[in-house]
Design a protein around this ligand. Structure first.
Ligand code: C2E
Ligand code: CA
Ligand code: CA
Length: 571
């Protein structure tokens, strides 16, 4: 602590409280070479200064007899104040009896007036300040035995103290972790594991000399550093990685470093390191990045995602997920005819409002939670098909999105069949949309699952076709019923001959494969006309309707019934 403070020119502050100018001046002369001094002329003024908290006060030199508020009253008040009671007080008096009383009231020491030996006064002040500062951090074990770095409690306490002198200095919070540390223990034994940690500790202690920082080992293989702000950390940790490579010779063992630069000092110290830790965790397993910087936006996004993850279960229970339906129309006849609908989920969050699937579907896909949500949507969709059937007497098949993770669920088929059975439906009623990118992952595994589903009568649409990388060769071997062209083709379709040709090609591929073709994202009439000319069977898009709640979908069904009636019951 002393070294950090001295190398950084930080001085503690003493509050001198005395009503006599001459006394204040003498004490100021004795102490101002080593300390910053603040003066108060009586107890009241001293108390106001202490409340102000502009500076951290390391020691109070307190006269006892003063107007307005005397020294005893100050002592009394300090004793009752949670934050101020830890500031040591040296009482300045000329009466022996008052010395005893003030010590009883919590004073740490006393100095007798008149002031005769400046060295003694200075030494007493120094001793008391050191004693009190150490007292508050000495309670915790100071050092981590293995590495010689500070322990967690000590580290935090130390920073809090440094910050009281240091609050304008820009500081970086750094978290360092060893990827796959457990492998070192497993492959080389704990002795080598310990050696790696010990050397890491030594290198970090070395950094402390060069960069003005302090370090701690927070747990097994995670280290925290409190460091004066650096513009760049490139190179700072290179010796560390070299040492690690030399020790383990395992390419996958490497340091990951998360930096929260120029910490926000209005938030608690622990939170600085939480931010740095989160940043460090973001690059776990990412071998292209070793060092990552915290950004506020990223952190907010992470927190938002965490919130969504926490809330999903309850949202399912409370039915906060709403299933909307978007119609798909067959367009090759004289007039467009309602063919089916796609079920699309929305989240009506009680606090965050309406959340679009773009915000939570990719998140839930990445952590597997999507499976729960998909089941919920399928159930709602199946229920809706039955309801429309009983209300209107016609079947409107609904397509549902099937995520990659659902496909590898060994009970997928049973679950779907069960839903059909529960609602008295046939497999043709529930169409399954599987995104193209799922096919490129494990084509063979997927083909088996899809074959099995088709054998049971389900029809499969390949969603977002053209967005992934499936080769033409693969397309010919994949069992599907419908190609659903990616929306971007439609968006760009009328932007030039080349784009139009692309769409034509997709339609031709579908014809060649002898499967249906759906265009989604159709917003304008000219798109519809072009697609119709090309021979596209079905379109979905804002041109007909946005996805809407079930009730708002009913007019489309009524309209379809009217068309059927006009045709005399044929469609
Ligand atoms: P998707 O499956 O490709 O669904 C089509 C998306 O395009 C929907 O967005 C739909 O609202 C939007 N869309 C339809 N017509 C138009 C149009 O004319 N113009 C434009 N600009 N957009 C149109 P949404 O509902 O926001 O869904 C986005 C994606 O979220 C879906 O893309 C799908 O991948 C996913 N998703 C939605 N619901 C579910 C679900 O229940 N389960 C799973 N696994 N994914 C879902
Ligand atoms: Ca879809
Ligand atoms: Ca799509």
């Amino acid at each position: 602590m002393e070294t950090y403070r001295k190398t950084n020119g930080l001085r503690q502050r003493i509050l001198v409280v005395d009503d006599e100018f001459i006394n204040r001046e003498i004490l100021g002369n004795i102490l101002s070479r080593d300390y910053e001094i603040t003066y108060a002329e009586n107890g009241k003024e001293a108390w106001e200064q202490l409340q102000d908290r502009k500076y951290h006060i390391s020691l109070i030199l307190l006269d006892l007899l003063m107007p307005e508020m005397d020294g005893f009253q100050v002592l009394e008040r300090l004793k009752d104040n949670e934050t101020l009671k830890n500031i040591p007080v040296i009482v300045m008096t000329s009466e022996d009896s008052a010395e005893v009383q003030s010590i009883r009231m919590g004073a740490a020491d006393f100095i007798t007036k008149p002031y005769d030996m400046p060295e003694v006064i200075l030494a007493r002040c120094q001793r008391i300040i050191e004693l009190y500062e150490d007292k508050s951090i000495i309670r915790s074990a100071e050092k981590d035995e293995l590495t010689g770095l500070y322990s967690r409690e000590f580290f935090y306490e130390y920073i809090r103290q440094l910050e009281t002198y240091n609050d304008r200095r820009p500081i970086d919070a750094i978290v360092l972790n060893i990827d796959h540390f457990h492998m070192i223990n497993e492959m080389y034994g704990r002795t080598v594991g310990d050696e790696v940690l010990r050397r890491t500790g030594a290198i970090l202690l070395g950094l402390a000399d060069r960069y003005s920082c302090i370090g701690c080992r927070i747990d097994a293989d995670t280290f925290y550093l409190y460091m004066d702000h650096q513009d760049s950390y490139e190179g700072v940790f290179t010796p560390l990685q070299e040492e690690l490579d030399r020790l383990t010779q395992l390419p996958r063992i490497r340091f990951r470093i998360g930096v929260y630069p120029e910490v926000d000092k209005s938030i608690p110290v622990e939170q600085w390191f939480d931010h740095a830790k989160m940043t460090c965790d973001r690059i776990r397993g990412d071998y292209t990045r070793q060092l990552y910087y915290y950004s506020k936006e990223q952190n907010e996004a992470d927190l938002y995602h965490e919130r969504l993850i926490n809330d999903i279960e309850e949202a399912i229970r409370n039915r906060d997920f709403l299933v909307f339906f978007q119609p798909k129309y067959a367009i090759q006849g004289i007039e467009p005819r309602l063919r089916s609908a796609e079920a699309l989920v929305r989240w009506k969050h009680p606090e965050l409002g309406m959340i679009s699937p773009g915000d939570f579907i990719p998140l839930f896909e990445s952590n597997g939670l999507i499976q729960k949500l998909d089941h919920y949507v399928w159930k709602e969709a199946a229920h809706q098909i039955r309801e429309w059937k009983s209300d209107f007497g016609i079947e409107v098949p609904i397509s549902v999105n099937v995520s990659r993770i659902d496909i590898y669920d060994p009970e997928l088929k049973e679950k779907l069949l069960h839903l059909l059975e529960e609602n008295g439906l046939a497999p043709e009623d529930l169409l399954l949309e599987i995104t193209e990118s799922a096919y490129s992952d494990d084509a063979q595994g997927l083909i088996e699952v899809v074959n099995d589903l088709r054998d049971s009568g389900f029809r499969i649409e390949m969603d977002d076709f053209g967005s992934g990388y499936s080769s033409l060769n693969m397309i010919t071997t994949i069992p599907i019923d419908v190609l659903k062209m990616d929306m971007k083709f439609i968006r760009d379709m009328n932007k030039g001959e080349k784009n139009r040709k692309m769409v034509e090609m997709v339609v031709e591929i579908a014809k060649f494969l002898d499967v249906g073709v759906v265009a989604e994202g159709v917003e304008e009439e000219n798109q519809l006309v072009t697609l119709k000319d090309m021979g596209c069977d079905v379109i979905q898009g804002y041109y007909f309707s946005k996805p809407v709640p079930a009730k708002e979908f009913e007019p489309f069904i009524r309209e379809e019934i009217e068309k059927r009636e006009r045709e005399g019951g044929t469609c």
